[in-house]
Design a protein around this ligand. Structure first.
Ligand code: SAH
Ligand code: ZN
Ligand code: ZN
Ligand code: ZN
Ligand code: ZN
Length: 514
């Protein structure tokens, strides 16, 4: 499953979940970079190389930006690829980096955790302001803060309830699984025969697995959490948590942490392990796919020769509208109909009707007929599709499949020769089905040069075609192009104009709610 990578691969930055707009920034993935990427101020590992693109233009300039923080408010790292930094600027950056680092080392965290658990209940305090467990000699410094006392061992085992979920939209939005989903997963994984779960960005699943395992001697499910949120390092020993950036496969605590992960994946020659990941939806699919392939490689290295054709089982939790994109990188994946829902996400709640249904699904390389979805929640088995589907998802005899993606009953369009959302209409101008109140020349998420869907700028055959043919297209797209120029000007990749942001939001809203 190694990534077929040409020397240089360039992909347009994905719009945020549900949005059909496109941004003017592409990420460039070099298999053989001339120079190592600079490190990001927050030590999130190497930055990614991006390229600014303007529609209809071929000249580009490349720059490094933070891989994890797509919002420039959170990480203002920016450096042109060909830029030479002065000693003064390098020193300033280093000083800034120092300030951004977590206050405690991994080892310190482990030692503190051990000391903390030995304290009597009345001395176990947690500072909500600092999101930190306090030892008695630190109480003084936190006198003015929000401090809660009597932290029980059971609370220590559920850090996702003690810590507040990070709310930053693009970087670190933490959407914690609702109990319904978490219990479903914790029941499903051992039923599928798994004994170890690599939790990548799933802290609540990790803690529930450990909680279940400690309460039930029969369940010997083990779990290792990889997450960028260093607050979790206070609650786990080295073999339970590694601070990790899933956008660039970076272990913050270096080789020892990588070895923890390797040992976990390669235990029992890699038998019985599954990776479950729930990345932030604002993230780019491609860097994630490349990271997951690196984890797959790590797992494969521990396998015997005759197992080499096998794939590491994966659950990748992501919104359904990323299906094509994910399957592009992982052709063996299929999307389950199960609706993943969250505690702290108003839009993503499980529900029988209408708009409140979660768009988040599980993508997996496990055969879908093996994954039994709960009938008490209305899922049923379709013998023709050989998979469990939601109640409203009906088998279309023309498509020969249960076609709904969003949990509602879809209708077949004979002109489009496929099933579409129930509220969509077939527009004769666009000659396709779409939302009723659309503008017929509305933006399409296509190639920056020719505007066609289905390929990207880097592989556009129109590079070098007669200027006239392109001029016609360019004229058509001038409005959109103008918008894009705004977003690519200056140093920001995300300083979108307010109107564009608003438009994008509206489109996302329209898309989700149509
Ligand atoms: N539903 C999951 C949480 C998903 S929220 C659960 O309940 O367990 C996304 C998670 O990914 C958060 O825990 C967040 O800290 C983590 N995350 C965000 N950016 C990351 C990055 N670059 N690398 C690793 N983890 C990241
Ligand atoms: Zn079916
Ligand atoms: Zn159909
Ligand atoms: Zn149609
Ligand atoms: Zn139209």
């Amino acid at each position: 499953m190694a990534a077929p990578r040409s020397g240089q691969e360039s992909v347009k930055a994905e719009p945020s979940a549900g949005s059909q707009g496109s941004s003017g920034v592409e990420v460039v993935l070099l298999s053989d970079p001339a120079a190592p990427a600079p490190l990001c101020p927050h030590e999130l590992g190497p930055t990614l190389l991006f390229v600014k693109v303007s529609q209809g233009k071929e000249e580009t300039r490349r720059f490094y930006a933070c891989s994890a923080c797509r919002d420039r408010k959170d990480c203002n790292f920016f450096q042109w690829e060909d830029e030479k930094l002065s000693g003064v600027r390098l020193a300033a950056r280093e000083a800034y980096n120092q300030r951004c680092r977590p206050p405690l080392s991994r080892l310190q965290c482990v030692q503190r955790y051990l000391r903390f658990t030995e304290l009597p209940l009345t001395q176990r305090k947690f500072c909500q302001s600092c999101q930190q467990l306090l030892l008695p000699d630190e109480w003084g410094e936190h006198r003015e803060h929000q401090v809660v006392g009597d932290i029980a061992i059971t609370q220590l085992r559920r850090p996702s309830q003690l810590l507040y979920p990070l709310e930053n939209k693009k970087t670190n939005a933490q959407y914690l699984f609702a109990d319904r989903t978490c219990h479903f997963l914790v029941g499903l994984l051992p039923a599928l025969g798994f004994r170890r779960v690599l939790c990548v960005g799933t802290p609540r699943l990790h803690e529930l697995i450990r909680l279940t395992a400690s309460g039930d001697k029969k369940s010997n499910l083990k779990s290792l959490l990889l997450d960028i949120d260093f607050r979790y390092s206070q609650f786990y020993m080295e073999d339970g948590f590694c601070r990790y950036n899933m956008f660039n496969h970076h272990f913050f605590d270096g080789k020892p942490a990588l070895e923890v992960c390797r040992a976990f994946l390669q235990e029992e020659s890699g038998e019985g392990v599954i990776m479950v990941t729930d990345p932030p939806f604002g993230g780019l699919v491609e860097p994630l796919a490349i990271t997951f392939k690196k984890l797959i490689t790590l797992w494969k290295e521990g396998q015997g020769q005759d197992d080499s054709h096998q794939e590491m089982p994966i659950f990748w939790i992501f919104p359904y509208f990323f299906e094509a994109r994910i399957c592009q990188f992982f052709p063996s994946f299929s999307m389950l109909d199960y609706q993943v829902d969250y505690d702290n996400h108003a839009l993503y709640k499980h529900g029988k009707t209408g708009r409140k249904q979660s768009p988040v699904r599980i993508f997996t390389n496990i055969p879908p007929n093996k994954i039994i979805l709960p009938t008490e929640e209305g899922y049923r088995f379709c013998p023709l599709c050989q998979r469990y589907v939601s109640l409203e998802n009906q088998h279309c005899e023309h498509c020969n499949s249960c076609t709904s993606k969003d949990g509602r009953k879809w209708k077949h369009c004979f002109l489009c020769k496929k099933c579409v959302k129930p509220s969509w209409i077939h527009c004769s101008i666009c000659s396709r089905c779409t939302v009723a109140d659309h503008s017929c020349e509305g933006p399409k998420d296509g190639c920056f040069i020719c505007g066609e869907l289905g390929h990207k700028r880097s592989s556009c055959s129109n590079i070098g075609t007669p200027k006239k043919a392109r001029a016609v297209r360019n004229q058509k797209q001038r409005k959109r192009s103008k918008m894009k120029m705004e977003t690519t000007k200056g140093q920001s990749m995300n300083h979108t104009s307010v109107t564009r942001k608003k438009k994008k939001r509206e489109r996302a809203h329209q898309y989700l709610c149509s």
